[in-house]
Design a protein around this ligand. Structure first.
Ligand code: IPT
Length: 912
């Protein structure tokens, strides 16, 4: 059997230790290497990187299934193999000392030689491996050769839901390791929140630690300093710079004092209960895959902080070490997760799963050891996670036991231990709000509860985040969760973002890899904006007599924020000012009076914002952290119009500004614009959540034929001052349908439509939408409305939309979901102006406007399949079905479902 298929954690490596840089010389070996695939011609490749993204072979995406026969530890004989070669010289004055060659990540198995001497075998793709090489180095012409295999026994442990991509995808570094230097170290820095004392010590042979700011000077290993400190938290990431040193080497360290504990079943940090407002983060870049550049990792952290994310689960492997440095510095709670997933065995009923097979025990524990040793000095890491979706078994229990023994300062997480036999935290994925409520009431298992995954952010959604937030606030042991997931793993290709199947993979899971809160290029999706609003750390609401400012911070006060207000009437600002808010401690609130507001006729809203008083490392001064809107005065009810007489001239009917076809009763012209009259519309291009596997809303809709409704004109009733068109709208081959009556009236230049729908027969499903669709000339392009905005909003994802006046264009209303689907709905419009056409609600309507039809959107597979037609298609809706998160998890909650029922809906059209 070849080494590729040995069940071992690799061979030849040095014992794992902390990731660090020091004042000892080191040499980055990143850059251009020689490369050939499968013994083809030599060319070059960039390290770090994946060969599939540099012209050799193709990426392939599967979620759960292994893309090869499951017969562990064997892998296909057709095993793409890349040979890497780098010739390098040592910098001048490179010391004659031991040296370590460190690989931060090789996917999946590497065999390494330096100057013709074999160093060993690496396994554990997202884990570091170091080899001792000092004795092999020469001043110039060193030849480093690495043979990398795409598949190895390790692949069975690396079945994460992501692209299969190979190569040396993280940094390669040569480090001088001086005799008498720092072999490894662990800084212990805990915090006593009662006394405000930090306890500092360092562990490691012959080490000293110095922290000038704390007056700690050459404290020897094993001795303890107790000093008053400011604690570290995700909210206030206070770090103390110091160094760990011996006589010959100095390692800069950044120390954060904090204590993680479980008290009475509640997870606390520095004595305070914490709530994770988290995301699952895969490492992804649309060009470089998992070889994420540093500035991209920083971009992630900044975006997270700016959108009120306070926690990250590093799904499902330890990230590039740089990301953890950023989490320490900018402040994010981290669940550091081991590089382990054997999900594909689930397809076999878990038969042969390595998790309970003693032959794999050492590989499991080795992976945990390499992660914990590498990352142990990060204050941001508050939980260790054993991995993901590997079912359960002895090897997982052994990992937990090893971890607790090695680092008792952090609890152990793993979702797959349903009975909580070897974990410290009860973790679930995609549990419904109802179940989470039960878990909280029962305090199930008596330990803290987290949702390691919830609210699947695939396509348009997730809907229903608000209901989870309420549970995180209702139950003390329900301590938040992590959205699945941070980023869409789309790969840039042919002018769009590619997903599973786009590379001709015989086995793939399509666009299931496109399920993030940010698009592949890291543009925030509406889901991220909704997250930022739902999970804002300050809640601003109206009370009977004023304004309540409630802090949902776990640690600091609100003193870093300033508050202001804006009074708008009918969407126009009439006054604004600063709002005085007294100091509010964590989890406390203050009630302040309303500012004095001038009485003004019209619909009045007071918007109160909390923004950063000063710039932070992650946002400018003035960045809005939270806001609330308080209704000051309601709009006056709309008086329906009428009175103008209907005029028939030849085969045309005129009613005010409207021209109708007397045969069909359809509106053909509005003022000077030709239109294709509003008709009842029930269809939307299904979202990924509509298409979801558990709650196949889409299938029910298509089975019912809602995508091909037919309209039968029953009667065109020409009255004196009204046109009444009675129709029945129904799908082919079924008996049920909907009567739709259009009742048109007009005054001088305004045309009013009252639509009445009445279901006929038994409706077998919910409705995607209920409203009107009309086609307008493409020249109607500018859009302005008074209603909810500026972004899209749906029944169960509408917290981020505020009431105001907004402008856009038809193109600007579109959300470019990587897999095209319903998007761009603007909610609760009081009025809309599109070009010179004005539409008024009674009192409100939702709308979408696009240059393609819902059917085009439904048929498209990539964004560039959508080509503008000759019209603008406008939907005016009474309602749409909610979004839910059925692409993985619960469907639309009952209160957001749209049922076929009798309804009336009125709008008025005017041209000017
Ligand atoms: C869950 C996985 O843990 C995660 O990696 C991802 O695949 C997610 O689903 C869906 O996108 S597992 C699933 C069986 C709930």
């Amino acid at each position: 059997m070849s080494y590729i298929e040995e069940i071992d954690p690799g061979t030849g490596a040095l014992p794992p230790r902390a990731f660090f840089t020091s004042d000892a010389p080191s040499l980055s070996l990143n850059g251009t290497w020689d490369f050939r695939l499968d013994e083809g011609d030599w060319g070059t490749i960039t390290v770090p990187g994946h060969w599939q993204l540099q012209g050799h072979g193709s990426p392939a995406y599967t979620n759960v299934k292994y893309p090869f026969p499951v017969e562990p530890p064997f892998v296909p004989s057709e095993n793409p193999t890349g040979d890497y070669r780098l010739v390098f010289d040592l910098p001048e004055n490179w010391p004659d000392e031991p040296a370590a060659l460190r690989f931060d990540g090789i996917d999946s198995c590497g065999r390494v030689w330096l100057n013709d001497t074999e160093l060993g075998i690496t396994r554990g793709s997202r884990l570091p491996t170091e080899f001792e090489v000092g004795h092999l180095l020469r001043p110039s012409g060193n030849v480093l050769t690495v043979r990398v295999h795409q598949w190895s026994s390790g692949s069975y442990l690396e079945d994460q839901d992501m692209w299969w991509m190979s190569g040396i995808f993280r940094a390669v570094t040569l480090m001088s390791r001086p005799r008498g230097g720092v072999a490894d170290y662990q800084v212990h820095a805990s915090y006593d929140h009662v006394s405000g004392t930090g306890t500092l010590s360092v562990e490691g042979a012959d080490l000293l630690i110095t922290v000038p700011e704390l007056g700690v000077e050459s404290l020897p290993a094993g001795e303890v300093a107790e000093v008053p400190v400011e604690p570290w938290s995700a909210e206030r990431p206070r770090l103390y710079d110091g160094f760990v040193h011996t006589e010959v080497e100095r390692v800069p360290v950044r120390i954060g004092f904090r204590t993680v504990a479980i008290e009475d079943g509640v997870l606390t940090i520095n004595g305070a209960r914490v709530v994770f407002r988290g995301v699952n983060r895969h490492e992804h870049h649309p060009k470089f895959g998992r070889a994420v550049p540093r500035e991209t990792a920083l971009a992630d952290v900044l975006l997270m902080k700016q959108h009120n994310v306070n926690a990250v689960r590093t799904s499902h492997y330890p990230p590039d070490p740089y990301f953890l440095q950023l989490c320490d510095e900018y402040g994010l709670w981290v669940i550091d997760e081991c590089d382990l997933e054997t999900h594909g065995f689930g397809e076999l009923g878990w038969a042969g799963n390595p998790s309970d097979d003693p032959r794999w025990a050492e590989s499991y524990v080795d992976r945990m050891r390499r992660m914990v040793e590498r990352d142990k000095n990060h204050p941001s890491i508050v939980l260790w996670s054993l991995g993901n979706e590997s079912h359960t078994g002895r090897n997982l229990a052994a990992m937990a036991e090893w971890t607790r023994d090695r680092d008792p300062s952090r609890p152990v997480h793993y979702e797959g231990d349903f009975d909580c036999e070897y974990v410290d935290v009860y973790s679930r994925m995609y549990a419904s709000p109802e179940e989470v409520d039960h878990i909280g009431q029962e305090r199930r298992h008596g330990i803290p509860f987290v949702l390691c995954e919830f609210a699947h952010a695939m396509g348009n959604g997730p809907g229903g985040m608000l209901e989870y937030r309420e549970l995180f606030e209702r139950h003390r042991t329900v301590q938040g969760g992590f959205i699945w997931e941070w980023i869409d793993h789309g790969l840039e290709r042919d002018g769009h973002f590619a997903y599973g199947g786009d590379f001709g993979e015989p086995l793939h899971d399509g666009n299931f890899v496109i399920d993030g809160l940010v698009f592949p290029d890291r543009t925030p999706s509406p889901g991220l904006l909704e997250f930022a609003k739902v999970f804002e750390p300050v809640r601003i609401t109206g009370t009977a007599s004023g304004i309540r400012i409630a802090s949902h911070y776990d640690h600091g006060s609100l003193d870093h924020l300033r508050f202001d207000w804006i009074h708008e009437v009918d969407g126009e600002e009439v006054a604004s000012g600063a709002l005085d808010v007294p100091s509010v401690a964590a989890r406390q609130h203050a009630d302040v009076p309303l500012p004095a507001l001038a009485a003004a006729p019209g619909e009045g809203w007071l918007t109160v914002r909390a923004s950063l008083a000063e710039a932070t490392s992650w946002a400018d001064a003035g960045h809005v952290v939270a806001w609330g809107q308080i209704s000051i005065m309601e709009a006056a009810p709309v008086t329906p119009i009428g009175g103008v007489e209907l005029v028939g001239v030849g085969d045309v009917l005129w009613l005010g500004p409207g021209e109708f076809d007397p045969a069909t009763g359809l509106l053909t012209r509005l003022g000077e614009h030709p239109v294709d009259g509003p008709r009842l519309d029930l269809w939307r291009a299904p979202t990924d959540n509509d298409r979801g596997s558990d709650h196949p809303e889409e299938r029910a809709w298509r089975d019912a034929g809602l995508h091909r409704l037919q309209h039968r004109v029953i009667e065109v009733d020409v009255q004196d001052a009204a046109l009444v068109v009675r129709t029945r709208v129904a799908p082919p081959s079924w008996g049920f349908g909907m009567f739709a009556d259009y009742h048109w009236t007009a005054d001088g230049d305004r045309l009013r439509l009252r639509l009445t729908v009445t279901p006929d027969g038994e409706w077998p499903c919910t409705l995607p939408r209920l409203g009107l669709r009309l086609a307008l000339p493409a020249t109607l392009d500018t859009v302005e409305w008074f209603g909810a905005g500026p972004g899209e909003a749906y029944a169960d994802s509408r917290q981020a939309a505020r009431i105001g006046r907004f402008t856009s264009t038809v193109d600007g209303l579109q959300t470019p979901y990587v897999f095209p689907q319903e998007n761009g709905n603007r909610a609760d419009a009081r009025w809309l102006r599109i070009g010179d056409l004005r539409i008024e609600g009674e009192p409100v309507f939702d709308f979408t406007a696009r240059r393609w039809t819902s059917e085009d959107l439904d048929a498209a597979r990539h964004t560039d399949d959508l080509q503008p037609r000759e019209h603008v298609y406008l939907n005016l809706d009474l309602a749409q079905h909610g979004l839910g998160t059925a692409s993985c998890g619960p469907g639309v909650l009952p209160q957001y479902r749209l049922h076929a029922q009798k309804a009336t809906f009125s709008v008025t059209f005017a041209t000017s």
